[in-house]
Design a protein around this ligand. Structure first.
Ligand code: FES
Length: 112
């Protein structure tokens, strides 16, 4: 599988996040960072598999609703705890169309 269109910039605005599905039903979290950068991450929290889209996003940091783990959506790194992270999917933009490539990328799961 290569890059495929997952949404457009009309579907998710700056400072917001939304979940979209690829053709194989993989859920992808698309975030538009303050300033306009678009990033795509695994949709489920690496802690206990809660949908990240149900959390809070302030335009940079994402906070999971369940146990308040926090992630920096400019790079996917864990803020709290620092040893966590979100797996990032490469994206490319063509006009307003957002393409994502999920090939070979496995969502991160925190060790228990
Ligand atoms: S499931 Fe997300 S912080 Fe626990």
């Amino acid at each position: 599988m290569a890059f495929e269109k997952i949404c457009t910039l009309d579907d998710v605005w700056e400072g917001e996040m939304e979940v979209f599905e690829t053709s194989d039903k993989t859920e992808v979290l698309v975030t538009v960072i303050d300033g306009g950068d678009v990033k795509a991450y695994q949709a489920m929290c690496p802690h206990q598999d809660i949908p990240l889209v149900e959390g809070e996003f302030d335009g940079k940091q994402l906070t999971c609703r369940a146990h308040l783990w926090q992630f920096d959506c400019t790079n996917g790194k864990g803020i709290n705890p620092e040893d966590s992270k979100l797996s990032e999917y490469p994206i490319k933009l063509e006009g307003d169309d957002v393409f994502v490539n999920i090939e070979g990328i496995t969502p991160f799961v925190a060790p228990t």
